[in-house]
Design a protein around this ligand. Structure first.
Ligand code: GLY
Ligand code: MN
Ligand code: MN
Length: 434
C-alpha cells in the first residue's frame, strides 16, 4: 500500500473529527507465547489502517489543524544493541521519512510530550476499552491537564470511541485494498486446490494443513486465522482446530482456511470427499448447500440489505432439509421457528478486510444496512448433521458441509474473489483425480 493511501485515510478521519478533537491510538501490544517467547507480531488493524507502521510500542496522535504538523508518531528509538537481536527499527527519522509522520518522538518521552497535544482540545478520540493500559495512560494525561486548570489550561472533557468513524471508513474498501484482497484470495484458492489434489485416506488432517502453510508462506503470507481441517465428524465442529485426526475413506473433509497478505484476509471454505468421490448422501447434502450459497451470492448486490443473502440461504437450506426428510412441515413455519438450527446454527457471512471478521455495523438505526459498492463479505452457508442430533437417520450422520467464498459488492454485481477453487461436484472430483 502506498503512503499516499494512508495519508488520505488520516485526512479523511481528521476532517470528520474536526479541529476541536484529537485522536490517540496505540499499536498492538506484543503477546507472550511461552515464557520469554513472543507470538509473531501482528499490528492492530486500526493502527495499521492509518499508518502502515508494523512495529510494536508505538502511539499515533492525530491533531487536526496543528500548525507544527497534524500526524505525530511516538515510536521506539533506534537501538543498535537491540537491533542486533530483533532487526531494524524505523526510529524517529524513519517514522517521518518512510511513514510520513509530521513529527516523531521516542515512545519513552510520551508522558512529557503527549499531554501538551491534548491541551485546548475538547474531545479525545481513542480505542476505548481495548487496551486497559492505554486507557489508563490517556485518563492520566487528561488528569494532568485538569490539575492545571486554574492556570488556564483547558483539558478535553469528552472521550469518544474512534471506532464509530474509523470502522465505517474501513467497511468501504479502496481500489488498492481490493487489489490486495484479490491477491489474498488467489493465494488461498491455490492452497485449497493443492489440498484437494493431495488428499487421500490415511493422511492426517495436519498433513493437509501443511499444504496451506507452504503455499501461504511461499507467497509471503500467513494464516488469517487458525485453519479448520476437519474430517468426518470433525467437520461438524464449527471451530475445530485440532487438526490431528486421520482422514478416513468415505468421510468428507471440511477445510476453512484463509491467507493474510499484508494484513488483509481471505476466508475460504471447501468441503470434499477424502477419497475423491462423493457418496449419494454426501452429494445430496452438498448440492443443497451449494444451491443455497449460489443464491446467497446472487443476493449479495448493492441495494439489497445485509440480511438478504442469509434469508435466501436459509430458505434453500430449509427446503433441502425437508426434501431429505430431516425436517417436516411448512417452509415458512420452519423458518419462523428456526427449526433448522440443529443443522445450521451460524450466519451466512460477515464483513471481511483487515480482520477476518471485519469491522463495520450490520444495522443502521435498528435496521439491516444496505449493501453498497466497496463492501466485502463472506458467503458461507453450511449444513452439519452431527451424530447426536435426535431423530436423524444414521445414513446422514457426520456429514458436515460448508462452502465459503469472499465477495465484493460492486456496481456490476457480486465479484467472487475466490473463484479459482472449484466447488461444483464434477469439478472437485476432476481436480482430485488429476
Ligand atoms: N473462518 C472464520 C469464519 O468463517 O467466519
Ligand atoms: Mn471461514
Ligand atoms: Mn467466514
Amino acid at each position: 500500500m502506498i503512503q499516499e493511501e494512508y495519508r488520505r485515510r488520516r485526512e479523511e478521519l481528521m476532517a470528520m473529527m474536526g479541529e476541536q478533537a484529537v485522536a490517540v491510538l496505540a499499536a498492538a501490544p506484543e503477546q507472550i507465547r511461552n515464557r520469554d517467547v513472543h507470538y509473531p507480531y501482528r499490528q492492530d488493524s486500526d493502527f495499521f489502517y492509518l499508518t502502515g507502521f508494523a512495529e510494536p510500542e508505538a502511539v499515533l496522535v492525530l491533531v487536526p489543524g496543528r500548525a507544527q504538523g497534524e500526524y505525530i508518531l511516538f515510536n521506539r528509538e533506534r537501538d543498535p544493541d537491540r537491533e542486533v537481536w530483533d532487526g531494524p527499527r524505523a526510529g524517529q527519522d524513519g517514522a517521518c521519512d518512510q511513514f510520513g509522520a509530521d513529527d516523531a518522538f521516542p515512545i519513552d518521552d510520551i508522558d512529557d510530550i503527549l499531554p501538551g497535544m491534548l491541551e485546548g482540545r475538547q474531545k479525545v478520540y481513542g480505542s476505548l476499552g481495548q487496551h486497559p493500559e492505554m486507557d489508563q495512560m490517556l485518563f492520566g494525561w487528561v488528569n494532568q491537564l485538569r490539575a492545571r486548570s486554574r492556570l488556564g489550561v483547558r483539558a478535553p472533557d469528552e472521550f469518544v470511541s474512534l471506532e464509530h468513524l474509523l470502522h465505517e471508513m474501513r467497511l468501504f474498501k479502496s481500489a488498492a485494498e481490493l487489489a490486495q484482497m484479490r491477491e489474498a484470495a488467489a493465494v488461498a484458492a491455490k492452497a485449497h486446490r493443492r489440498a484437494m489434489q493431495r488428499c487421500r485416506p490415511g493422511l492426517f488432517e495436519y498433513q493437509i494443513e501443511a499444504e496451506f502453510h507452504a503455499v501461504f508462506r511461499d507467497h509471503g503470507g500467513e494464516h488469517a486465522y487458525p485453519p479448520i481441517v476437519g474430517g468426518g465428524r470433525n467437520g461438524c465442529i464449527l471451530h475445530y482446530i485440532d487438526n490431528r485426526a486421520e482422514l478416513r475413506d468415505g468421510d468428507l473433509l471440511l477445510i476453512d482456511a484463509g491467507c493474510e497478505l499484508d494484513c488483509y484476509a481471505s476466508d475460504i471454505t471447501r468441503t470434499f470427499p477424502v477419497n475423491g468421490r462423493f457418496s449419494g448422501e454426501q452429494r445430496a447434502v452438498y448440492e443443497i448447500v451449494l444451491a443455497a450459497q449460489q443464491a446467497a451470492i446472487v443476493a449479495t448486490r448493492a441495494g439489497n440489505h445485509w440480511n438478504e443473502p442469509h434469508e435466501q440461504a436459509v430458505r434453500l437450506l430449509v427446503q433441502g432439509l425437508v426434501d431429505l426428510g430431516l425436517l417436516d412441515g411448512d417452509i415458512d413455519g420452519l423458518i419462523e421457528q428456526e427449526a433448522y438450527r440443529p443443522f445450521y446454527m451460524h450466519r451466512t457471512g460477515h464483513w471481511l478486510g483487515l480482520d477476518v471478521h471485519d469491522v463495520g455495523d450490520y444495522k443502521v438505526d435498528g435496521h439491516w444496512r444496505e449493501l453498497e459498492p466497496g463492501m466485502v463479505v463472506t458467503v458461507e452457508p453450511g449444513l452439519y448433521i452431527a451424530d447426536n442430533i435426535p431423530d436423524v437417520d444414521p445414513r446422514w450422520h457426520n456429514i458436515g458441509v460448508r462452502i465459503e467464498d469472499d465477495v465484493v459488492v460492486s456496481r456490476d454485481g457480486p465479484e467472487v474473489l475466490s473463484l479459482d477453487v472449484p466447488k461444483a461436484i464434477d469439478d472437485i472430483e476432476a481436480l482430485m483425480r488429476s
